[in-house]
Design a protein around this ligand. Structure first.
Ligand SMILES: Cc1cc2nc3c(=O)[nH]c(=O)nc-3n(C[C@H](O)[C@H](O)[C@H](O)COP(=O)(O)OP(=O)(O)OC[C@H]3O[C@@H](n4cnc5c(N)ncnc54)[C@H](O)[C@@H]3O)c2cc1C
Ligand code: FES
Length: 289
């Protein structure tokens, strides 16, 4: 690793085994080594990376900015933001669950075991749990479930019960059920294919959980209509909530203001950067999309 003799500082990305000359730094650029990159269903893949110990400080709801390889030889401009799916401290690994969408994620899909993968982070503010919460409800859809899944890890560490409502188009693309259940969460699957994902049905499920005192807080990601539902029920029953937002990003650390979204705070509309003030926000302040 090259160190500038004048500043004693290195800008080089850290690899497994490197000694960090600035151990107090919270965010860094790391070269992970791909351990596996496998399909979990027709649309999603899971990439597992062996990383420098500093990258393992990521917690639920935080993200990394990924320097995706090219799928076609031409350059991929800009990094791609991705929530951390799982942190496996025992094995020094982190995982990302991703949907293959455009050139960046198509490039990710080409990664093979042993390849280098440059990631920057952990970035942003993730989910928090209040000590008084005993049971939380997590409601997500599509790739939003990748962002919510590590909450099960955080909740298990804090001995907080989780009910996860997993919304998907059909049974083939339901995600993260194993991860939630493996950490003790109760899961409920709702689908477009049988109509159970309709807002009225999800509302009934949520009202049932509230009646059973299983909803000290709400968490959501991935669907505007589910956000609106949780906001409405949160207001009605005075249940606090957090939402993980997505927005197109360039810098990922607060400098360019590309990722601003509108929030409503004390009756006033304000702008906040998703990468810096988020990506997790107070659910009642999010305006939605
Ligand atoms: C905080 C955060 C967490 C995310 N976590 C995940 C995750 O865990 N798994 C996952 O599959 N996806 C996640 N996404 C979405 C992911 O960033 C996009 O799918 C990805 O950037 C698309 O890149 P692409 O090159 O494949 O697609 P393209 O459409 O070719 O991308 C073109 C440009 O649009 C941007 N872009 C496109 N879609 C999105 C989007 N939804 N959000 C932000 N930028 C976008 C890209 O960064 C790029 O600059 C997350 C986004 C954010 C902001
Ligand atoms: S992406 Fe640059 S400020 Fe958020």
């Amino acid at each position: 690793m090259a160190v500038d003799p004048n500043t004693n500082y290195t800008n080089a990305a850290l690899r497994v085994g490197d000694v960090d000359p600035y151990p107090q730094r919270l965010v860094g650029e790391f070269i992970g080594t791909v351990v596996a990159n496998t399909a979990v269903n027709d649309e999603y893949k899971l990439v597992v990376l062996k990383v420098h110990p500093h990258a393992l400080t990521a917690y639920a709801g935080q993200m990394f900015h990924l320097l995706c390889p090219s799928p076609d030889g031409a350059e991929v401009w800009m990094r791609r933001p991705m929530s951390v799916y799982r942190v496996d401290k025992a094995n020094g690994r982190i995982e990302f669950l991703y949907k293959t969408e455009g050139r960046g994620t198509r490039g990710m899909a080409t990664l093979k075991p042993g390849d280098d993968f440059n990631i920057a982070g952990p970035l942003g503010h993730g989910f928090t749990l209040e000590p008084s919460w005993r049971n939380i409800v997590v409601l997500g859809r599509g790739v939003g479930l990748a962002t919510l899944a590590p909450l099960s890890q955080l909740a298990a560490e804090h001995k907080v019960g989780v009910t996860a409502i997993l919304s998907a188009r059909n049974p083939g693309v339901v995600m993260s059920r194993d991860l939630f259940e493996g950490l003790g969460a109760k899961t409920v699957t709702v689908l477009d294919s049988d109509g159970s994902s309709a807002v009225e049905n999800v509302e009934k499920i949520l009202e049932g959980l509230i009646a059973e005192n299983k909803a000290d807080a709400f968490f959501t990601c991935g669907s505007n209509r589910l956000l609106k539902l949780m906001q409405r029920l949160g207001k009605k029953h005075d249940i606090p909530g957090q939402v993980a937002m997505e927005q197109i990003m360039v810098c990922g650390f607060g400098a360019c203001y590309v990722c601003v979204r509108t929030f409503e705070v004390d009756g006033k509309r304000i702008l906040r950067r998703v990468c810096r003030e988020g990506p997790v926000f107070n659910m009642q302040e999010a305006v939605g999309w």
